[in-house]
Design a protein. Structure first.
Length: 96
């Protein structure tokens, strides 16, 4: 039987979002899951083709070409280490 297009779109988003949750750092606080929604929507729309023009992504159809140099994308929930300058840290302290 035929599936409703909206139901299929919801299932596709759920699968994409769950895959993103599985890739977060083990120490990522899962109560902040809602902070990952904008990136999940962005990456899914960059991957999906437009129905109006199959040569464009859905994102490009709505917002124009995405500039990866201006706004790079990292996997969701990636742990970030910030280097501390030697003048602001103790001698034997971690550097990040």
């Amino acid at each position: 039987h035929r599936r409703n297009a909206a139901e299929r779109a919801i299932q596709t988003f759920k699968n994409h979002f769950i895959a993103g949750l599985c890739s977060v750092d083990k120490d990522f606080p899962l109560h902040l899951w809602d902070r990952l929604l904008p990136q999940a929507e962005l990456t899914l729309n960059l991957l999906r083709g437009s129905r109006l023009n199959p040569k464009l992504s859905t994102w490009a159809q709505i917002h124009g070409t995405y500039d990866f140099n201006r706004t790079p994308i990292a996997p969701p929930g990636t742990r970030v280490l910030i280097h501390e300058k030697p003048t602001t840290r103790d001698s034997w302290a971690p550097h990040a």
